[in-house]
Write a protein that binds this ligand. Structure first.
Ligand code: NAD
Length: 489
């Protein structure tokens, strides 16, 4: 039974144990204990004490950064192990999980460097003899709640800037993928992070997650996950009047114009939807192709999709692994059946994969659907699986209206050789991230955020630390004369 990390101690949690399974064959990875309500209270009280402790509050930015740099070195030393562990936990191919660990290392070093150069401000003097400063202060205890699809990257993306901002962090990983979070606790402990500043509380979202966010000492909710859970957490935060950052779902459009380089665009579209088996918030799941190249592009797309190597996630040649679970496969099946009912044509995939190793895991074929209109349910709802809906377009006004006709606004892709048109389109699409002639590229230096129901707030960017801080303005009077208001005439 795996212990969990509560207030600087490795303990068996008092909650009901959960299991981690390898999605490729459903074999058991580990039994993991979960947090009870007493464990949650203990961790949060200790976190509140830890961030207030002068040893951390008064530590120099360079001293905090040194701990983060050490954590980055440890992540690097354990890179192969962590990538394999995440593959075991969520079934993502090893090449992808290795990329995610690299991203976690880079994020940690980037934030540590930013912390060293983050300044408070001496604001413009507007009052004679009074100096005005604005300082950045920690918020307190941050609840970080994460999903199962990319834990190593999404967890580091929250923990590191929150700690850099002087806060304490309570991490609640997804039930299916707690193993990486526990390794991160061991890494930060070894890096010398003072006890109490970071706890990992495993367990069910509706029980453990709910109790964490509602605890009176929690001052910020940093959440990545579905829009429905995000909306619920926004209500909890509104009741407590605390800040949130919510990174939520998507149904991102990809647009291929007539003048696009077809070979390059086909590869980009395939990668955009089918990498991670489509289990990515930014998956390019709605494809609009100009009608003059529709048939040619679709043929090339189907041919290449049928060649995707779906299989053993631990094999470095594998492009697509299994889905996270049988339950999730049923959801994907449900949507593909719904597409059939809505009049869609399944031109690739459309069923679970069977035979040999496929029988042991939740493998679903990369699937392409045509013949539906953008207002079909399958085109509007997030499937979070390897399912692409394809639609033709002819005029740009209708295209923009349809691409933007979604409750989501997370990302969009544009494929064209005409950079003026691409830039104009980028400005008109309602999404937090726009990729032109590329897809699913990230940079820790560039903010990431969702528009509309894809999120509130942002992550990443040099000043991402400030999202975990609040400002304080200090007026320092240098005038020795008494306040004339009190002088009697
Ligand atoms: P989810 O919302 O079901 O769960 C996410 C996390 O919230 C889990 O840890 C879960 O245990 C916890 N949770 C659930 N109910 C809770 C509650 N009442 N109180 C507190 N915590 C609770 O999402 P999921 O199925 O794990 O992940 C898939 C979703 O995440 C998709 O919608 C995807 O688009 C989204 N996602 C978004 C981004 C982004 O950056 N925008 C990145 C990855 C995934």
């Amino acid at each position: 039974m795996k212990k969990i990390f509560i207030a600087g101690q490795w303990k068996l949690g008092g909650g009901k144990a959960i299991k981690s399974h390898y999605p490729a064959d459903h074999s058991e990875n580990a039994d993991i204990s979960t947090a009870s309500s007493d464990d949650i209270h203990e961790a949060i009280v200790a976190a509140d004490k830890a961030w207030r402790n002068p040893a951390w509050r008064s530590a120099l930015p360079s001293e905090k950064a040194a701990i983060l740099f050490k954590a980055a070195d440890l992540l690097e030393q354990k890179k192969t192990f962590l990538a394999k562990l995440q593959t075991r936990d969520n079934g993502k191919p090893i090449t992808e999980t290795t990329g995610l660990v690299n991203s976690a290392i880079a994020t940690t070093r980037y934030i540590a460097s930013s912390l060293e150069t983050l300044d408070n401000e001496l604001t413009n003097q507007r009052i004679q003899s009074v100096l005005t400063f604005t300082t950045h202060e920690p918020l307190g205890v941050v609840a970080a709640i994460t999903p199962w699809n990319s834990p190593i990257a999404s967890e580091i993306q929250k923990i590191v800037p929150a700690l850099a901002g002087g806060n304490a962090v309570i991490l609640k990983p997804a039930e299916a993928t707690s193993l990486i979070a526990l390794e991160l606790a061991a890494i930060f402990e070894e890096a010398g992070l003072p006890a109490g500043l970071f706890s990992v509380l495993t367990g069910k979202g509706s029980v453990v997650g709910e109790a964490i966010v509602k605890h009176p000492l929690v001052q910020k909710i940093s959440f990545t996950g579905s829009t429905s859970t995000g909306r619920h957490l926004a209500h909890v935060a509104a009741e407590k009047l605390i800040s949130t950052s919510l990174e939520l779902g998507g149904k991102s459009p990809t647009i291929v114009f007539e003048d696009a380089n077809i070979d390059i665009a086909v590869n980009g579209v395939i990668y955009g939807i089918f990498s991670s088996s489509g289990q990515a918030c930014i998956a390019g799941s709605r494809l609009f192709i100009h009608q003059n190249i529709y048939d040619q592009f679709l043929d090339a797309l189907i041919k290449k999709t049928k060649n995707i190597i779906v299989g053993d996630p631990e094999d470095s040649n594998t492009q697509m692994g299994p889905l996270i679970s049988e339950d999730h496969l049923s959801t994907v099946e449900h949507y593909v059946n719904m597409a059939r009912d809505e009049g869609g044509n399944i031109v690739a995939g459309g069923q679970r994969l069977t035979g040999d190793a496929y029988d042991k895991g939740a493998y679903y074929a990369p699937t392409i659907i045509t013949g539906l209109k953008n207002d079909a349910q399958v085109c509007q709802e997030e499937i979070f699986g390897p399912v692409l809906v394809v639609m033709p377009f002819s005029d740009e006004e209708t295209l923009v209206a349809e691409a933007n006709n979604s409750i989501y606004g997370l990302a969009a892709g544009i494929w064209t050789e005409d950079y003026r048109k691409a830039f104009d389109m980028a400005k008109r699409l309602e999404a937090g991230t726009i990729w032109i002639n590329t897809y699913k590229k990230f940079s820790i230096a560039t903010p990431f955020s969702g528009h509309k129901e894809s999120g509130v707030g942002k992550e990443k960017g040099r000043l991402g630390i400030l999202d975990y801080m609040q400002t304080k303005s200090i007026f320092l009077n240098l005038d020795e004369a008494p306040n004339p208001w009190c002088e009697t005439k």
